[in-house]
Design a protein around this ligand. Sequence first.
Ligand code: BG6
Length: 499
Amino acid sequence: MRNVAVDKAQYIAYPAPGAHPHRRDDEALPPHVIVLFGATGDLAKRKLIPGLAYLENSTFSPDIRVVATSLEDFTDEQFLAHAKQAIDQFATRQPTDEQWARFSGKVHYVPQAAGPEALAAAVAAAEAELGTDVRRLHYLSVPPKAAQAVITMLKDAGLVARSKVVMEKPFGTDLASAVELNQFVHKTFRESQIFRIDHFLGKEAAQNILAFRFANGLFEPIWNRNFIDHIQIDIPETLGLDQRADFYESTGAYKDMVVTHLFQVMAFVVMEPPTALEPRAISEEKNKVFRSMLPINPANVVRGQYQGYRQEKGVAPDSETETFIALTVGIDNWRWAGVPIYLRTGKRMAEGQRIISIAFKEAPRTMFPPASGVGEQGPDHLTFDLADESKVSLSFYGKRPGPGMRLEKLSMQFSTQETAEIADVMEAYERLILDAMRGDHTLFTTAEGIESLWERSAHLLEDPPMVKMYPQGTWGPNAIHQLIAPNAWRLPFERTWRE
Ligand code: BG6
């Protein structure tokens, strides 16, 4: 019998030179056929195909076969050429020729138009190559309106048994559609088989929020309204639409980013300590946060659209879709009552950043004269940078060396990039696909949580404020400043990060 672990060990050269990935989890997983719907779409190209190629060549993954499918009428060869191009362009770690050959030999393509029988036959052939006790992971990288047709196809193809299904966000487009989708999916799959993915929760930096808060005694005592003035979750992007006009036009920044990623990350920042690192305990605390959220008030929302958006291919000339959104959220519980949480995200903005910044209350009184610079650079901040090069920093006032007493902002920083474990960092999708294969729901979202979020969003969805135009390459419409006054946006950083 072939020893898979030893076999694979020689392929782990994927990470950067000098890296030393090691397997931390000895639990062997059964082989999986991964059925990838939307295999020629944008997400597959940027993340899923590069991620699957990396996983397949790593020691983490069980033996897999990929059955790729989409609306394109591709042959295996055509799909593989597409996949190779995607990896060349987007993979952060490039496979060697040998590694690519190893992965590509395990991928087959079936056009979705060939119907459920053809899909079932391709999966059966892949399973035959994998031996016994094979599981299935169906990855639905498709827009909300296509999800039901895919579920039906899986049912018709007889691919529900031994399977898990990963569903991409946004999960529905409002409360009614989310409830309907949940009910529809539940007719075919049990809740334990469903993995609603939010890739921000798979980012190392997002999980580090849990470690930071709940593995230390230092910060939790001050993690509340008595010490924290406000919180910002700010995710500007320089990216535009790329080829996603169709998806984006009917989605917009709120549904694409806020009701998904920003709220999920926010829950990690504000939830009560869970009783265990396991799905039920974590979901329970996150869902409590969503239930305590005040309904989003349209008066506390700035919707923006970058100039030139309406001229993009596939966009309506009178489109009201927002490419930018900033809003204030309130959590109405004992810990957070009265602490504003400011969220912002948008396309074609000045910088690509993903930060969470916690602003602490200022000292109640100060002996330092105004000319000392006290308070001049804003409050003390704790900042989580969720970028791929993730960082945590704490900024505070200190004395500038020299005569007199001049104060300036100093900062203590930790960067994962500077640690020996940097090679072990996994891309969010890789981590979550692996968790789904393992059946671990800890970092996935729940139907209840998503439904609460849509419910809290109802006023905004019914009565959205007009979109305000903003020039590309900026931080959004001017109204963002009034939205959070007298506070100020933490970005752009007044100081550059340590290189
Ligand atoms: C996706 C959104 O879920 O997240 C995109 O659909 C967005 O619009 C992307 O660009 C951002 O993810 P990341 O991991 O690149 O910050």
